[in-house]
Design a protein around this ligand. Structure first.
Ligand SMILES: [Zn+2]
Length: 294
């Protein structure tokens, strides 16, 4: 086993806090942020003061709709042996072995970064940066979010491979919904083929969501993105809801808000309707905050 393989294995085995099916993209986003900095020739260590703000912002944008806590991954990633926080003991109390609070990390200006051996290897081997990035994106986020995350961490110029999904998922979902968007019923075809309609997973595939029609929605590209980012959601009685946090002008009203409270353009067969357990997952883990009043 080469040292490259060992590092890859450590990233693959990174322990992520899991309660049921809750999303915990904290460590992956910290690693991506640090890889982006390294890509732009940042030094090995990052001050927590800097990470706190930037990772907090990434967690608000791409994390679950809970309060972001950038201090957890910054401290706990060391346990996966892919991160170091050299002076951390300065702010850890002697009696307890608990994580130092965010304020202590800020006050002591604690730094963290990849271990030297990994840092040097990443600089010598840009393909390793790409590989780790691909794996983290694939395991933690739907593909519709990958480009935005890459841009946000400064890895927008990396060419990452997209994994092929179960090839039957898209055609089955599109067929069930008669190739039209379940929100706006857009059904544009070019030379007989639908071109703006995609098959979305309600419960993300990388979170264990099955490749089944009852976990899918046919959505136009616009509503697919809005759904994956939590700007729109679904109620258990299959109504569209728009997040109160999604705001915009007249075009936004027309593209999203006008569908708030309206019934999903469902599949032809009721047996293919989205299952409550998948809708619930999306409502808790993806949908942003509260819905506008119905
Ligand atoms: Zn649509």
């Amino acid at each position: 086993m080469t040292s490259r393989d060992i590092w890859l294995e450590r990233f693959a085995g990174m322990r992520q806090w899991r309660r049921g099916k809750e999303r915990a993209p904290h460590k992956p986003l910290l690693v991506l942020l640090a890889l982006g900095d390294l890509h732009r020739s940042h030094g090995r260590l990052h001050s927590f003061v800097d990470i706190d703000e930037r990772l907090g912002e990434l967690l608000r944008r791409f994390g679950p709709p809970t309060k972001p806590s950038p201090q957890y991954p910054f401290v706990r990633l060391t346990g996966d042996l892919v991160w170091e926080t050299p002076r951390i003991d300065e702010c850890r109390s002697r009696e307890s072995n608990t994580d130092p609070p965010r304020s202590a990390l800020l006050e002591a200006n604690i730094e963290g970064g990849f271990p030297l051996g990994l840092y040097e290897l990443l600089i010598k081997d840009p393909a390793l940066v790409t590989k780790i990035t691909e794996d983290l994106l694939e395991r933690n986020f739907p593909q519709s979010m990958h480009d935005e995350i890459l841009d946000a961490v400064g890895l927008g110029d990396l060419s990452v491979r997209r994994k092929r999904r179960d090839p039957s998922f898209r055609p089955s979902v599109l067929l069930a919904y008669q190739e039209r968007c379940a929100v706006c019923s857009l059904d544009t075809r070019l030379d007989g083929q639908p071109i703006l309609i995609e098959a979305a997973h309600i419960m993300w595939h990388n979170m264990g969501g099955p490749d089944e029609v009852a976990n899918g929605l046919a959505l136009c590209v616009l509503h697919h993105k809005a759904f994956d980012r939590g700007a729109i959601g679904l109620t258990e009685d299959h109504r569209i809801v728009v997040s109160a946090h999604a705001i915009g002008g007249a075009r936004h009203e027309k593209a999203l808000v006008q569908f708030h409270g309206s019934k999903l353009h469902g599949p032809i067969d009721d047996a293919d309707l989205p299952l409550p357990e998948h809708i619930q997952w999306h409502a808790n883990q993806v949908f942003r905050g509260s819905a506008r009043p119905l």
